[in-house]
Design a protein around this ligand. Structure first.
Ligand SMILES: C[S@@+](CC[C@H](N)C(=O)[O-])C[C@H]1O[C@@H](n2cnc3c(N)ncnc32)[C@H](O)[C@@H]1O
Length: 266
């Protein structure tokens, strides 16, 4: 298996709502910042790609007064929770953003914190544009934090542990510079668009809490290919390095860069 394939299959095995939602209030802030970039579209056909457990999809549906909403996710563990949020106007289905296509079918395509797992953003964003109806809006948020010390330490430890077979940090691999997204949106013919780099500052009780944070996301790629005992060892060594590097600060101010983009078709 190549590192990329390993990362892809691992994602599906390891996305767990209980761990991911541990920092739900901090993770929700960019979700609502992204939602607030949308222009009013009452009755819209909304697609939420990488919808997770569906809680925020349903909340977004109500907030926008959308007509019909479809949430798509590739992880069975996440989709298992969506039944609680499904109703006549909010549906969920298993699907892969990389392959998903519904030509001309949606007024809003929304993807919060999911596209970083998908390769070739120019191809995928171009395909998402084709799934918009005339006047449709695209809203995407991706992390841009691979250069932060806690992510660098995870990649370094992965290289030491797995050598050339270390699963890659998909943010480092897939996420582009803000200006590249801006150029892409322009080249795709969107009538209006903007791209913002926002730094979210999270006040954590201690530096150790960053380990809990990444356990819900970037460390999934290692968890997927280690057995429980090996993963525990990996975690302990990672934790030790984080504490050393961050001098065990308490509280700890965790800066998190994210790219938010919005675009509207003529
Ligand atoms: C960080 S969570 C974000 C969930 C939700 N959008 C939110 O804002 O809370 C990323 C989600 O994207 C999903 N995901 C990752 N890669 C995907 C893919 N290729 N196709 C569909 N969903 C994917 C994961 O299963 C996970 O539920």
């Amino acid at each position: 298996m190549t590192p990329e394939n390993t990362a892809a299959s691992g994602r599906e095995k390891t996305w767990e709502p209980a761990i991911y939602n541990q920092f739900s209030s901090q993770r929700e802030e960019p979700f609502w910042d992204l939602a607030n970039l949308l222009e009013p579209a009452e009755g819209a056909r909304l697609a939420d790609l990488g919808c997770g457990d569906g809680r925020l999809t349903a909340a977004l549906h109500s907030y926008l007064r959308a007509g019909n909403t479809l949430g798509i996710d590739s992880a069975p563990g996440m989709l298992a929770g969506t039944a609680a949020f499904a109703n006549q106007s909010v549906e969920f289905a298993r699907g892969d953003i990389a392959e998903w296509s519904a030509p001309g079918s949606f007024d809003i395509i929304f993807a919060n914190a999911s596209l970083q797992w998908v390769a070739d953003h120019p191809r995928v964003i171009s395909s998402l544009k084709e799934s918009l109806a005339p006047g449709g809006q695209l809203a995407i948020q991706v992390p841009s934090n691979a250069d932060h010390v806690i992510y660098r330490l995870a990649s370094q430890l992965g290289s030491e542990w797995f050598g050339d077979n270390s699963p890659v940090d998909t943010v480092a691999l897939n996420v582009k510079k803000p200006e590249e997204y801006s150029e892409l949106l322009e080249s795709l013919g969107f009538a209006r668009h903007h791209v913002r780099l926002v730094v979210y500052g999270h006040r954590l009780s201690s530096a150790s809490q960053t380990v809990d944070w990444v356990k819900g996301t970037t460390l999934n790629r290692f968890k997927a290919i280690l057995d429980d005992a090996e993963y525990e060892n990996f975690l302990q060594e990672y934790h030790r390095r984080v504490i050393k590097e961050l001098d065990d600060q308490s509280p700890y101010f965790f800066t998190f860069k994210r790219i938010l983009m919005w675009a509207r078709l003529p």
